[in-house]
Design a protein around this ligand. Structure first.
Ligand code: NAP
Length: 279
């Protein structure tokens, strides 16, 4: 039996969206190491198969649901697969998401709506439906959304992305209090720069020349982490639930100061906006 700082995770079932790479894939593996079975979702079937194979090698079970989180009926499909294969789900991690860099004046409505559909509305839909099912089955559970440190402050050209992450953060905080009486935990995850495919995708969508880098030009090495580190922090939170998962105390503290003192925010990030006439 694997116990993580309190709660027993062995034989628990987690549903993870965006599990074909990065933080989602690393979390799936880490959960399997903690003794959990996993339902994996993303659009790339081959990559999901690879993650599922690693989970099976760890002696746990994995089921795959291929498709976009925005597909009609995807929420129900994921929850039903967990129910049919494992008889229930205990944890849901709405992690699928992406970003792009665009100045506000150059952003069109469609790309703004699309990023809200994937990052916010799809994760909200999954978490809300999961909460309804847990309540009606009178079962405890833990619901998480992968937000970002950029939920607490933004950067020039990241307004759309930050707005989706802030929306996730606010919903999690409210839901956490609303659902406490049903013994359902809700947490938001706030990674800093993480070496995943995120920036590759972002660079492509932003029309940047460098389409392969795994970290942005502005990132200092001190503030770059691996997806495995985020995954371990998430599993610790499953063992001992708390409102927010952070992996950098420095960034968390700076976010607090920037919120309290907007002039400090200007001072810190002004440099980033300078010289960016390409977007
Ligand atoms: N990397 C960072 O620095 C960082 C920092 C803070 C927060 N985050 C957040 O962490 C989460 C995971 O990102 P990551 O860093 O691990 O990047 P990643 O490696 O690019 O992973 C993104 C995952 O989301 C999936 N995905 C994207 N759109 C989807 C859709 N419409 N339907 C289903 N799945 C979809 C991708 O799979 P398919 O392409 O196969 O569908 C992939 O598995 C995101 O919510 C991101 O905002 C990342």
């Amino acid at each position: 039996m694997v116990r993580f700082m309190g709660r027993v995770l062995t034989d628990q079932v987690i549903i993870i969206t965006g599990a074909s790479s990065g933080i989602g894939a690393a979390t799936a593996i880490q959960c399997a190491k903690a003794g959990m079975d996993v339902v994996l979702n993303a659009r790339r079937a081959d990559r999901l198969e690879q993650v599922a194979a690693q989970i099976c090698e760890l002696g746990r079970h994995a089921k795959i649901v291929v498709g976009s989180v925005t597909d009609e009926g995807m929420t129900e499909q994921m929850l039903d697969v967990a129910q049919d294969a494992f008889g229930r789900f205990d944890v849901v991690f709405a992690n699928a998401g992406y970003g792009f860099e665009r100045s506000v004046v150059q952003m069109d409505d469609q790309e703004l709506r699309q990023i809200f559909d994937v990052n916010f509305f799809a994760s909200f839909d999954l978490i809300r439906e999961a909460a309804k099912r847990l309540i009606s089955d009178e079962r405890p559970g833990h619901l998480l959304m992968c937000s970002s440190c950029l939920a607490k402050f933004t950067l020039p050209f990241f307004s759309a992305y930050s707005a989706t992450k802030a929306a996730q953060n606010h919903f999690c905080r409210a839901m956490r209090l609303e659902l406490a009486r049903y013994n359902i935990e809700v947490s938001s995850v706030h990674p800093i720069t993480t070496t995943t495919e995120f920036f590759e995708v972002s660079n492509q969508l932003s029309g940047k020349a460098d389409k392969t880098s795994t970290v942005p030009d502005h990132a200092s090495k001190m503030f770059v982490q691996t997806p495995e580190r985020v995954a371990r922090a998430i599993v610790r939170c499953l063992g001992k639930p708390r409102p927010e998962v952070w992996t950098s105390h420095i960034v968390r503290s700076v976010a607090g100061v920037m919120t309290a003192f907007p002039w400090f925010f200007d001072l810190v990030v002004r440099k980033q906006a300078k010289g960016r006439r390409d977007l």
